[in-house]
Design a binder for this molecule. Structure first.
Ligand code: AR6
Length: 179
């Protein structure tokens, strides 16, 4: 599923983000930038040890929630990995939706800053961090759409959703935007 916004588009697909050939892929990291499980584990396994070595050196203080930092790609066929830190779900009254939006926004800013034309996102915070998928889809897609509509650069934005349920939730929300 693909929807145009200004000069850019959002495309949803089900799959493994480590297999995407785009300029940048986004990792769902933690604020210590210590390699964990989920998509973080998969990206570091596929990229090799150099990526963790690089982030430890360049970002010794880690990365705050709602922010993102860039590294090289290691062995992955991309130009950059953006390590984004989404919020841990604590019931929703702790600013989690805004922190999630901020994580996506910062990645899109890095996309422009590093002169990338294409980026692939996972569903940040919806795994180990427990953010409800429907609400994550709404906030992630709405923030991305708003960014694309307010920036002239032509960006190809993929959401690579790992399982059918997550894909369906994102597709419902993106469909709803068109109504
Ligand atoms: N490609 C695309 N999506 C994937 C892949 C993959 N290869 N593998 C998993 N997902 P999670 P979080 C999906 O838990 O909730 C780590 O320990 C997964 O099904 O990876 O932000 C970090 O170090 C889910 O839909 O990230 C942090 O400590 C989505 O990616 C913490 O987990 C996000 O799930 C971050 O938790």
């Amino acid at each position: 599923m693909k929807v145009q916004y200004g000069n850019s588009h959002i495309e949803l697909m089900q799959g493994d983000i480590t297999l995407q050939r785009v300029d940048a892929i986004v990792n769902a990291a933690n604020s210590d930038l210590i390699v964990g499980g989920g998509v973080d584990g998969a990206i570091h396994r596929a990229a090799g040890a150099s990526v963790n070595e690089e982030t430890s050196k360049r970002y010794p203080l880690g990365c705050p929630t709602g922010d993102a930092v860039a590294s090289g790609p290691g062995d992955l066929p991309v130009k950059f990995i953006f390590h984004a830190v989404g919020p841990v779900w604590r019931g929703g009254r702790d600013g989690e939706p805004e922190q999630l939006r901020s994580a996506y926004r910062r990645c899109l800013e890095l996309t422009i800053g590093y002169q990338c034309a294409s980026i692939a996102f996972p569903a940040i915070s919806t795994g180990i961090y427990g953010f409800p998928v429907d609400l994550a889809a709404e906030n992630s897609l709405d923030e991305t759409r708003a960014f694309l509509l307010s920036h002239p650069a032509a960006l190809a934005v993929q959401f690579v959703l790992f399982d059918a349920g997550t894909y369906a939730a994102f597709a419902r929300v993106l469909d709803g935007f068109a109504e």
